[in-house]
Design a protein around this ligand. Structure first.
Ligand code: B1M
Length: 212
């Protein structure tokens, strides 16, 4: 089946084939969410498990990541809900010291799909940059992603610096990424920790609507 083929080609890092297969799946009428979850994310999960067991290494993971991002780009417009008006502004990034961006990109896409305006600060983003951007751009939400236990601490700095900058009462701080837990979120005084991109987008929309 085509979704398995997408997963297999992603694991092999064949970005061009992944793109073509994703387009084919779209043309066949398979819903974008299903292509994302059962094709692209399935493949990335397999690679992730193999990387953890030292069965594949950084170069293989990088080419798989590139294939994932290219396939996801094609799905982006389809995941956007038609006719939804932008109802809030979010600045998103992967925290300082951390270069993992696949999950962050998915969260951004899902948020955009909910009609939110998203400023993507990229990876390796300092606490200052998150807070300055939220202040200057009037964002209702700062969204921080971290994949490394060693970089999660930057999220605590974001909370502290938002307080110091006097914007804490008008900005919600959302955190997420594989090592980030509810308990950690409470401990650092962030507002929400969500396990996946879709839940993050729903929560962001909820915050923005409540702020209106
Ligand atoms: Co890295 N890496 N990596 N890596 N890498 C992990 C994270 C690791 C768990 C692998 C392992 O060893 N078991 C491990 C971290 C261990 C730890 O800290 N606990 C690790 C390591 C150690 C490293 C390096 C240090 C390896 C090295 O160089 N020796 C190095 C660090 C570089 C750096 O960042 N400074 C490194 C490098 C890399 C690559 C560059 C090769 C590549 C990243 C490419 C890229 O992102 N462009 C990479 C990858 C791909 C992974 C794995 C294999 C996959 C991560 C991923 O993209 N998953 C990962 C192992 C694994 O996860 N099993 C691993 C798919 C993605 C969709 O999931 O990002 O979790 P995820 O996002 C999810 C949720 O977490 C959530 O939504 C998404 C799904 O809907 N989510 C949010 C994410 N952000 C959110 C924010 C929210 C809410 C939800 O609100 C704001």
């Amino acid at each position: 089946m085509i979704l398995e083929e997408i997963s297999r080609n992603l694991q092999a890092g064949k970005a061009r084939d992944v793109k073509a297969l994703v387009q084919q799946a779209i043309d066949e009428g398979i819903p974008a969410q299903e292509i994302l979850e059962k094709g692209l994310m399935d493949g990335m999960n397999v690679i992730g498990a193999k990387f953890s067991k030292n069965e594949v290494f950084v170069p293989e993971v990088l080419v798989a990541a590139r294939a994932m991002n290219q396939g996801a780009q094609l799905l982006k417009p389809l995941l956007a809900e038609e006719g939804v008006k932008a109802s809030g502004k979010v600045c998103i990034g992967t925290v300082e010291g951390d270069l993992h961006d696949i999950g962050k990109n998915l969260v951004r896409m899902m948020m955009e799909g909910k009609g939110l305006e998203v400023i993507d600060l990229g990876t390796d983003v300092s606490a200052e940059t998150f807070v300055e951007t939220a202040k200057n751009e009037n964002c209702q939400i700062i969204a921080c992603s971290a994949l490394l236990t060693t970089t999660m601490g930057v999220m605590a700095d974001v909370v502290k610096q938002a307080e110091a900058a006097g914007i804490r009462d008008r900005v919600k701080i959302m955190v997420g990424g594989a090592p980030v837990t509810e308990e950690f979120c409470r401990k650092i005084g962030a507002d929400a920790c969500t396990p996946d991109a879709a839940t993050a987008a729903n929560k962001a929309l909820e915050f923005c609507l409540a702020a209106q």
